[in-house]
Design a protein around this ligand. Structure first.
Ligand SMILES: Cc1cc2nc3c(=O)[nH]c(=O)nc-3n(C[C@H](O)[C@H](O)[C@H](O)COP(=O)(O)O)c2cc1C
Ligand code: SF4
Ligand code: SF4
Length: 280
């Protein structure tokens, strides 16, 4: 099949998903355009794709699910039996039902999922978990996936593509929001970048020292974009999630994490099993 146009629809507050999707998109011809839906917009027009277009959807996993903000933003994209590739990234705890949820969401919007992948990245809340991921081997797997997608599209015909199965339970895991929100420290120079860059509009423009906890999705974007390094999670609050995440991300994670963290503030949960899953 010859693709007329390709597009990457991305929700990626701390950019790991965006980089992976862009790498996959690099294998497609024509080169895909990027539609980054991470930031809010006052209005966005509905976009329709045809059967000879292709869309790659990319989201991070939040609590084993597709982030609600991404689900909402993707609603403007309408397919008409349009082939789609779905990609989730996760911080090596688990992606639970996120891939199945993303598949269901895009299929309900008229797309036909032809390939799916889940890739491990550094955990953007506890960055010691899966630190350095994607590494060289992950990048090779991402490249193999990109090349396989390009081959499948070039050599196949929509009528020959059967429905692909992805892991996950139809009764999605209930989403439990992370009860932690970054705070602004004394280094803040009131530049306003965090307010403009917050995907959830949770930082008031006139007082960036505040965070509206009812809006904040704990995506960590503000901690990355602040040029003064003034936005941080309260250190003490990190201990609960750190222990829990390490426990589920690595063998014997908690003991090692706490032991090492107390000695050197370094968590050895990075020595976790390599987990990359690809369906195509
Ligand atoms: C609110 C929140 C919830 C998360 N939940 C999970 C999870 O359930 N499982 C997991 O392995 N990683 C989880 N992560 C880690 C992210 O999925 C991972 O770091 C992702 O690659 C971030 O993507 P981004 O850089 O595109 O924003 C979570 C991160 C955040 C901010
Ligand atoms: S980006 Fe950092 S320095 Fe700028 S307003 Fe936000 S917290 Fe303050
Ligand atoms: S305030 Fe919350 S939602 Fe906004 S960028 Fe920071 S962590 Fe993300």
């Amino acid at each position: 099949m010859k693709i007329k146009s390709a597009c990457m629809a991305i929700f990626s507050p701390t950019d790991s998903t965006r980089k992976i999707v862009e790498r996959i998109g690099g294998y497609l011809s024509p080169a895909p355009t990027e539609m980054n839906l991470t930031l809010p917009a006052s209005s966005r027009a509905e976009l329709h794709f045809l059967a000879n277009d292709l869309v790659i959807f990319g989201v991070p996993v939040y609590g084993g699910r597709v982030p609600e903000t991404a689900r909402e933003r993707f609603k403007i994209l309408r397919g008409h039996r349009t082939p789609a590739v779905i990609v989730v990234t996760y911080g090596n705890r688990a992606y639970d039902d996120a891939l199945l949820e993303l598949k269901t969401v895009v299929e309900e919007q008229g797309f036909q999922v032809i390939a799916a992948a889940a890739f491990v990245t550094e955990h953007n809340i506890v960055r010691q978990i899966a630190a350095g991921r994607p590494d060289e081997n992950d990048l090779k797997a991402i490249d193999r996936f990109g090349a396989a997608v390009a081959r499948k599209v070039a050599e196949g015909a929509p009528s020959a593509w059967h429905e692909i199965g992805v892991p996950g339970n139809k009764e999605y895991r209930p989403y439990q929001p992370i009860p932690m929100h970054p705070k602004t420290g004394s280094g803040c120079n009131h530049c306003g970048i965090c307010s403009r860059e917050c995907p959830a509009g949770a930082i008031p423009a006139d007082d960036p020292r505040q965070t509206d906890a009812s809006r904040c999705i704990s995506c960590m974007r503000c901690t990355r974009v602040c040029p003064a390094g003034a936005r941080k999670l309260p250190w003490l609050l990190q201990w609960g999630p750190r222990g829990r995440l390490c426990r589920s991300a690595g063998r014997d994670g908690r003991r090692r994490c706490l032991f090492r963290a107390l000695l050197s503030r370094r968590c050895t949960a990075r020595r976790i099993a390599r987990r990359i899953h690809v369906w195509k």
